[in-house]
Design a protein around this ligand. Structure first.
Ligand SMILES: [Zn+2]
Length: 145
């Protein structure tokens, strides 16, 4: 084998390896929040150029691919934020009712947060279940499951 054909083979193998890695990174099964817009752009430009596409067009398609992944990620992020905000609002509305009564479990008085239910924010600030049930019994006679 000549050095030239050896180098050509090595280049082909390296390129195939790079394409395989980029395909893994841009695979449709990769969760949207873990996708990589730059990998998508690079894979596109390599595929277009090796297919003989004119360079300006190849780059334009790469930018399209990059922008498409970025837009999907932003949409996903916005949807996730909206869902979290809604969950937080629902929890706050629920807690506003629950905290009207003293907690029969930890004994904390009305208006205060239950003791020992976690210091961090979000759903861990939920009151004890007994207090939740008691508040509903007193408020509207309904006992939630
Ligand atoms: Zn409590």
């Amino acid at each position: 084998m000549t050095e030239e054909s050896f180098n050509a083979l090595k280049f082909a193998r390296d390129l195939a390896g790079l394409q395989a890695d980029l395909e893994d990174a841009t695979n449709e099964w990769v969760p949207v929040d873990q996708q990589n817009p730059a990998a998508s752009g690079l894979l596109t430009v390599i595929n277009e150029l090796t297919a003989g596409t004119e360079p300006t067009t190849a780059v334009a398609r790469a930018v399209d691919a990059y922008n498409t992944v970025r837009r999907r990620m932003r949409e996903h992020e916005n949807a996730t934020d909206a869902r979290r905000r809604q969950e937080q609002e629902e929890l706050e509305a629920e807690e506003a009712i629950t905290r009207k009564v003293q907690c029969p479990f930890c004994g904390v008085e009305a208006g205060l947060k239950c003791r020992g239910t976690g210091a961090s924010g979000g759903l861990k600030n939920r009151s004890h279940r007994d207090r939740f049930r008691l508040a509903r019994q007193l408020n509207d006679g309904a006992t939630p499951v």
